[in-house]
Design a protein around this ligand. Structure first.
Ligand code: NDP
Length: 328
């Protein structure tokens, strides 16, 4: 038996989330059985757990798009018993039973080996949010955005993607301007390395097609008018990496920044990103993430607390990263 958070849909379509004891035999098919030690709550997990968005495709479902743990059984030749592994995405926690549990059976091709210098807990403190922040940084780098090009804007600064992005960029020598709606977290944001903080209200309303050229690049986890305003204020030849929708999934922009200033808008998806790209991102996280910052941005909770914390996250009452110790 193992403990798992289980989402069930009642006849009236209401979704409940309860921690239950399940039989290992109930796990779906897969060639690797993992003993999970840590999982995490990302924004998408919160949407799934609270049923605020149709993330979960079938019920009952164990949510959790991430986990870290040790291989317990395997018929996949790339893994052996005891290997420490990470899983991010691939529809786990959406279509397939996920990480908010003490065990998972998955396809070995979805797993990445834990980088040597990271613990399983640190890997989940990073989680999909942090790995996506790294993908965004890599996207800027690959488009030639170097620290000398100018200021980089990071939105959703107190959130998971935002916090890790600020920390990574500052360590890499970029000058970071953070956008946040929460003034009480200014010290926290500065401590991650931001040089300047603007109130997110400066970006969240409908703006002009083109504004003053300010940023050399941006990492946006917010979407909607914020993303449109970022594009309008990005410098000639600048690059914007877009990965999120905390404000909204709309994008009320014009083509002006793209055709008059050669601004590039790069979409970043973590869920079905290639294994090679994941390995590169985890290798860079191992090398470039300030682990003191990671500790500062992380809270640890138990499976029993997940339901409430997921609700808090959607009300913008959490900050940084939430690790779930599934054995607490
Ligand atoms: P968090 O909840 O940790 O952070 C979101 C942050 O966005 C908040 O902390 C807040 O920062 C800001 N925010 C919240 N509501 C609003 C609003 N109405 N308008 C403007 N800003 C707002 O979430 P994550 O960091 O885990 O995820 C952020 C986004 O990125 C989500 O939309 C998520 O779905 C997406 N994402 C996408 C991935 C992909 O593969 N493309 C992978 C991972 C995440 P502050 O209070 O500082 O303003």
């Amino acid at each position: 038996m193992f403990k798992a958070l289980l989402l069930k849909q009642e006849e009236n379509k209401k979704v409940t989330a309860t921690v239950e004891d399940l039989e290992v035999a109930k796990l779906p098919e897969g060639d690797v059985l993992v003993k999970i030690n840590y999982s995490t709550i990302n924004y998408k997990d919160s949407l799934a757990i609270t049923s605020s968005s149709p993330i979960v495709k079938n019920f009952p479902m164990v949510p959790g798009i991430d986990f870290s743990g040790e291989v317990e059984e395997t018929s996949n030749e790339n893994f052996k018993i005891g290997d420490k592994v990470i899983l991010n995405g691939f529809g786990v926690g959406e279509k397939y039973w996920g990480g908010l549990a003490q065990k998972a059976r998955v396809k070995g091709e979805w797993l990445v080996k834990l980088p040597e210098k990271l613990t399983q807990k640190q890997a989940m403190a990073i989680g999909t949010a942090g790995y996506t922040a790294m993908l965004c940084v890599l996207a800027l780098e690959k488009q030639g955005v170097t620290p000398d090009k100018g200021e980089i804007l990071v939105t959703g600064a107190t959130g998971g993607v935002g916090s890790v992005a600020i920390s990574l960029l500052s360590k890499l020598g970029y000058t970071v301007c953070a956008s946040s709606g929460r003034e009480e977290y200014q010290d926290y944001i500065n401590s991650l390395g931001a040089k300047k903080i603007i109130n997110r209200s400066e970006l969240s309303e409908k703006g002009r097609p083109l504004g003053k050229e300010i940023w050399a690049g941006a990492i946006d986890s917010v979407g909607s008018h914020t993303l449109a305003n970022i594009c309008a204020s990005t410098k000639y030849g600048g690059v914007v990496a877009a990965c999120g929708l905390a404000q909204g999934f709309d994008f009320p922009s014009t083509v002006m920044p793209f055709i008059l200033r050669g601004v590039s808008l790069l979409g970043v998806d973590s869920v079905y990103h290639s294994i090679e790209g994941r390995k590169e991102a985890w290798m860079r996280l191992e090398k470039d993430l300030n682990l003191e910052h990671l500790t500062k941005m992380t809270q640890v909770i138990s499976l029993d607390e997940v339901d409430q914390v997921a609700k808090n996250m959607l009300e913008n009452k959490t900050f940084g990263r939430i690790v779930v110790d599934v054995n607490l």
